[in-house]
Design a protein around this ligand. Structure first.
Ligand code: KG4
Ligand code: ZN
Length: 376
């Protein structure tokens, strides 16, 4: 459902017909870190609903416009929470705690969700749980069976982050590798933009790649130390490759191709270009993830975040794990891109630890990972 469809719907927050007694641990979660407004209800660690309103308003701008995102969150949040409660068949007065994404993300977007969650917690006199968005992506792997055993490794690949996380428990995680520049999702989206595809381009590259030959065009793999990543060189290489209509990956002061030749080259070779770009992004990711597994000796491996919805990554990840006798875990599609179910499951573990926050908590665009893991 998109913003336009839900605007104007009934926004009464307590519509459920059948009142039911809930056990301890019914949590209402809110996610609003970027351009999805989402709400989920979970009870005792089981997800009962996960409703997501996508914001279509950004498509024509080629990226998320922060002010428009905040405004859409404000329009969406009441009806989205209402639908999540209705789908879970839970009433607001049956909720035991309110959870929300506190960081990181777009500050205006985060403020809408955090303000709403804080008001609700105050009004209902229920505990408030602040959740780190990237930790929630990781714990999306604990929503459904089979679940990984601790310690496990997670490759978290989203629009803003690319991280290898060592997960010792639900509350003890350590980033052991990350991107030095662009995130994997940005590499997909910026490549797609160079190809003239609308935002977000990742899913479109995935779609066209399925018909293409991944060996047709060669893009470079950066040699980065340790378990870190870099995608900015790849982005530049793709840009020159397209500017030169496939004749060179290098910068030329005199462009080899005219604009018309560039367009023609893209039109004639779109599937192969997408497959080759996707192949390179996936190999960059998995070479480092394999290195992390070999270094740590950990054999339960997960992927998470929006880019883990990519069919090429999912397939290659499973193959890598099979070849090495490692266990592969991938969240269902609806828990890969931004969603409130992952906030709910993270909040559930915090709820068990009584890891609550007070109303003075503020949303933050950036958050040190350790602040949210070990300091509470
Ligand atoms: O986790 P997410 O929904 O939001 C952030 O926290 O950033 O990730 C969004 C990113 C976007 O860059 C989008 O293009 C990418 O995930 N993405 C994909 C696919 N689905 C979403 N990238 C490649 N293939 C996909 N199928
Ligand atoms: Zn995300």
């Amino acid at each position: 459902m998109n913003t336009d469809e839900i605007n104007g719907e009934n926004s009464d927050l307590s519509l459920s017909a059948n009142r039911r007694r809930t056990g301890e641990g019914a949590i209402l979660a809110i996610e609003s870190s970027c351009d999805e407004t989402s709400s989920s209800v979970c009870r005792d660690g089981k997800i009962l609903s996960n409703f997501i309103a996508n914001q279509t308003v950004h498509e024509k701008f080629g990226g998320v416009i922060p002010e428009l995102a905040s405004r859409a969150h404000m329009q969406n949040i009441v009806p989205v929470v209402d639908v999540a409660l209705q789908q879970a068949n839970v009433q607001l007065n049956e909720i035991d705690a309110i959870a929300f994404t506190q960081a990181p993300g777009l500050i205006g977007s985060l403020l809408v969700g955090s303000g709403f969650a804080k008001s609700l917690a105050l009004a209902l006199d229920k505990p408030l749980i602040a959740v780190h968005h990237m930790q929630a992506h990781v714990l999306a792997n604990l929503i459904e069976d089979p679940k990984p055993n601790f310690p496990f490794l997670c490759l978290t690949v989203s629009g803003g982050h690319t991280q290898i996380v060592l997960v010792k428990s639900a509350s003890d995680m350590q980033v052991i590798g990350e991107t030095l520049d662009d995130a994997a999702g940005e590499a997909f989206d910026k490549s797609a933009k160079s190809l003239g595809l609308p935002y977000p381009g990742g899913p479109l590259i995935d779609k066209y790649a399925q018909q293409g030959n991944a060996d047709r065009f060669k893009f470079p793999e950066p040699q980065i130390a340790d378990l870190n990543f870099s995608f900015s060189g790849l982005k530049t290489s793709i840009l020159y490759f397209l500017q030169n209509a496939g004749k060179s990956n290098a910068y030329k002061t005199e462009l080899i191709a005219t604009e018309e030749e560039r367009q023609q080259f893209i039109t004639n070779n779109l599937a192969d270009i997408c497959a080759s770009i996707q192949h390179r992004i996936v190999t960059i990711l998995l070479h480092k993830f394999k290195k992390a597994a070999l270094q740590t000796g950990i054999t339960d491996l997960c992927i998470a975040g929006g880019v883990s919805a990519n069919s090429g990554l999912r397939k290659a990840f499973k193959e890598m794990c099979e070849q090495n006798n490692w266990k592969a875990f991938i969240p269902p599609f609806q828990y890969c891109t931004d969603n409130a179910a992952m906030i709910a499951i993270t909040a559930y573990y915090k709820y068990l630890n009584k890891d609550f926050t007070d109303l003075s908590v503020t949303a933050s665009a950036r958050a040190e990972w350790d602040e949210k893991t070990s300091g509470e």
